[in-house]
Write a protein that binds this ligand. Structure first.
Ligand code: IPM
Ligand code: MN
Length: 355
């Protein structure tokens, strides 16, 4: 098939991990006879430096035209002055909003080869297979913001329509899995959560009677993710809770560097990015873990291009590469020397080649 893929490497380790994901995509093109056109654009700090805006017009145009967009990371100390009113993160949030990608899918699966990299004991990791569906274009991230020298305000608003569409997407995804949804909120305190909870109860009873629904407060969910993660199937939650819980959940898999994500709109035209940030402390050293971005490319093949076989091939190749002992510093085994970003990418290509 033919497809136009927008490539936004961004800041920090973004370009390094993106290079490996693109190599994996090119390999897939050759092996399965597809033709992808890659068009690159600027986002984040690098876009501020060269164009004065974190989400320039060219990038916006590419996002509107591409079949899917793959992003590295944005941000860094150079642009993090809290008093500045232009920030790299605004580029990312502006892009999510412009593309209307309201559902952010963050799968969290554990694998025996990575148990040792997790701070948790392996008996807590066995059989963990969670899909977090994070609402991505609403809540406190996008509400009215105000600041005076002595007070600050972030308004959190959710409409019925915003809640329904993300709950529906989670419901459809649950049907492809174990048909269990945990809706996470703070309904004992927040009005938005009380609306969320009542809509979830109604909507799943009416439209998804075959899916089992539980509600859970976010503080309890944070705890249960560490004590009994294997009990969860699909978690659905609002923007900020989803942001925090997925960083926490990444520790089940061993490293933040492992987790991919897909952000989908109603047409499933998506934005794909690892959940980690730009990691300025290790940027430019060739030691970042590219797996989160490589696995995001796999999600792109699955959700935006409908190429399930190819997506599975990449996912399997990442596991094979890690099992072969090729591991970057964040997931290295004790006493074994870590490999570089490029070596990790090589190992994935070798695994793809020998499948
Ligand atoms: C993420 C990131 C972003 C977010 C930041 C960089 C704005 O942490 O994708 O999880 O908070 O959504
Ligand atoms: Mn985050």
């Amino acid at each position: 098939m033919e497809a136009l893929i927008g490539v936004l490497p961004g800041d920090g380790i973004g370009p390094e991990v993106m290079a490996e994901a693109q190599r994996a995509l090119r390999f897939i093109e050759k092996k399965y006879r597809h033709h992808f056109v890659y068009r690159e654009a600027l986002i984040g700090g690098i876009a501020i430096d060269s164009q004065g805006h974190p989400f320039p017009a060219d990038t916006r145009k590419l996002c509107a035209e591409a079949d899917a967009v793959l992003l590295g990371a944005v941000g860094g100390p150079k642009w993090s002055d809290p008093d500045s009113n232009v920030r790299p993160e605004q580029g990312l949030l502006g892009m999510r909003s412009a593309m209307g990608v309201f559902a952010n899918l963050r799968p969290v699966q554990t694998h025996p080869a990575l148990y040792a990299a997790s701070p948790l004991r392996s008996e807590r990791l066995a059989g963990v297979d969670i899909l977090v569906v994070r609402e991505l274009t609403g809540g406190a991230y996008f509400g009215r913001k105000e600041r005076t020298p002595d007070s600050a305000t972030d308004v959190c608003t959710y409409t019925r329509a915003e809640i329904e569409r993300v709950l529906r997407m989670a419901g459809e995804l649950a049907r492809t899995r174990r048909r269990k949804i945990t809706s996470i909120d703070k309904a004992n305190v927040l009005e938005t959560s009380r609306l969320w909870r009542s809509i979830a109860t109604e909507l799943y009873a009416r439209e998804f009677p075959d899916v089992k629904l539980d509600h859970m407060y976010v503080d309890a969910a944070a705890m249960h993710l560490l004590s009994r993660a294997a009990d969860f199937d699909v978690l659905v939650t609002e923007n900020l809770f989803g942001d925090i819980l997925t960083d926490e959940a990444s520790m089940l898999t061993g490293s933040l560097g492992m987790l991919p994500s897909a952000s989908l709109n109603a047409e499933k035209r998506g934005l794909y990015e690892p959940i980690h940030g730009s990691a300025p402390d290790i940027a430019g050293r060739g030691i970042a873990n590219p797996c989160g971005t490589i696995l995001s490319a796999a999600m792109l093949l699955r959700h935006s291009l409908g190429l399930e076989t190819e997506a599975l091939a990449i996912e399997q190749a990442v596991i094979t590469a890690i099992e072969s002992g090729c591991r970057t510093a964040d997931i290295a085994l004790p006493g074994k020397s870590p490999v570089s970003t490029g070596d990790m990418g090589d190992a994935v290509l070798r695994a793809l080649d020998t499948q």
